[in-house]
Write a protein that binds this ligand. Structure first.
Ligand code: ADP
Ligand code: MG
Length: 378
């Protein structure tokens, strides 16, 4: 038989395209929650409550007391690329808020049942809206509809039900509810450390007592004490370091070439870092590493490894440190767009900056080591 000819290329249905794209951004309940938390923090909330059922797959609800959403904005809220945080391409390089691409709520509406209850301070009433595939619909008929007036407090409550109901393979891969729940708790814990003045809590829908309460506290070390315990809080060292002290020069010329028509600053890159890290007396089984770049929780194996390396001569083999690092860099030097979930971030002069931070930590650890020997002698 003759070899089969090429098959015709067909355009995928739009709803399928959207669902695939949404799955790239919303991997699991904890990634949906991270987006919602960032939105609530962007909205200036001082109190955020999370309610969860079945690891967030059945229900994920987040209630905040932030600025709320204007009624007129509700019809396009869950459309792709609708945002209050970015209006020109140039803005992309000056992003200081967490969200910026207007994709989170849209994505969620393609893989779950999304509803929003919101009230701004100046609005006399609250408004409720439900969304399916980016469109504001009536929750019963699922037909395009208007927001509905109702009673409610200032702020926003976002409710996500039946996450991944229309992507059975994804749903099947996430059937360990307790693992999904602990990932949710982990995200909340980390944001609570980084935002000590915001009160955060999380509970299961079936219980009255929260599993996590982070009352507003004054400082990052206080929040660490509350959430990671007394034993670690008494063994913390602090370092604050910035580009002006010590001086960091800008990178090689190649980077400037790429940056030609983009708005990348010339001269030294401005940055500052705040660190809270355990001393030699604290020995964890696994490294706890909290990394915030421009207030966004991100991951970097490279930075983690560089900072862990400092402890090699300090901690007994097989034990690990706790490190919290909040790094602020001129937003024009950070590329937050390399990863759909914004989890991975690239920035200019990464190696050089990491080295400066590591050196500062090492000095502090060494100084503490000396004073300790001194204490023992006296
Ligand atoms: P982005 O955060 O990138 O703008 P999202 O899809 O996460 O995109 O949110 C779209 C818009 O909805 C935001 O720009 C913001 O105006 C509004 N919004 C979302 N969540 C909240 C909230 N909790 N409080 C106030 N406004 C919100
Ligand atoms: Mg957002």
């Amino acid at each position: 038989a003759p070899p089969p000819g090429p098959k015709p290329i067909r355009r995928l249905e739009e709803s399928l395209i959207n669902r695939i794209a949404a799955g790239e951004i919303i991997h699991r309940p904890a990634s949906a929650l991270k987006e919602l938390l960032e939105n609530s923090l962007d909205a200036g909330s001082t109190s955020i409550r999370v309610t969860v059922k079945d690891g967030g797959l059945k229900l994920l609800q987040i209630q905040d007391n932030g600025c709320g959403i204007r009624k007129d904005d509700l019809p396009i809220l869950a459309e792709r690329f609708t945002t209050s945080k970015l209006s020109t391409f140039e803005d992309l390089s000056r992003i200081t808020t967490y969200g910026f691409r207007g994709e989170a709520l849209a994505s969620i509406s393609h893989v779950a049942h999304l509803s929003v209850l919101t009230k701004t301070k100046t609005s006399p009433a609250a408004w409720e809206a439900s969304y399916v595939d980016g469109v504001l619909v009536d929750p019963k008929t699922r037909q395009p509809s208007e927001p509905k007036i109702c009673a409610g407090n200032d702020g926003t409550t976002i409710t996500i039900k039946d996450l991944f109901y229309n992507t059975p393979t994804r749903l099947h891969a996430l059937r360990n509810f307790s693992e999904e729940y602990s990932r949710i708790l982990d995200v909340i814990t980390k944001y609570a450390i980084h935002n000590p003045t915001v009160s955060l809590s999380c509970k299961k829908a079936t219980s009255t007592a929260p599993d996590l309460t982070a009352p507003a506290s004054k400082s990052v070390p206080q929040a660490i004490r509350l959430l990671y315990g007394h034993s670690i809080a008494t063994q913390l060292l602090e370092v604050n370091i910035s580009s002006s002290n010590p001086n960091v020069t800008s990178g090689e010329d190649e980077e400037d070439e790429d940056a030609m028509d983009l708005d990348i600053p010339k001269g030294p890159i401005k940055w500052s870092a705040e660190l809270h890290f355990s001393n030699a007396n604290y020995q964890a089984k696994k490294t706890v590493f909290l990394l915030f770049i421009n207030h966004r929780l991100v991951e970097s194996q490279r930075i983690k490894r560089s900072l862990e390396a400092i402890y090699h001569g300090v901690l007994p083999k097989g034990t690990s440190p706790f490190v919290y690092l909040s790094l602020e860099i001129d937003p024009r030097c950070v590329d937050v767009n390399v990863h759909p979930t914004k989890r991975e971030v690239h920035f200019l002069n990464e190696e050089e900056i990491t080295e400066k931070i590591a050196d500062a930590m090492q000095q502090k650890l060494a100084a503490q080591g000396q004073s300790r020997t001194f204490e023992y002698q006296t």
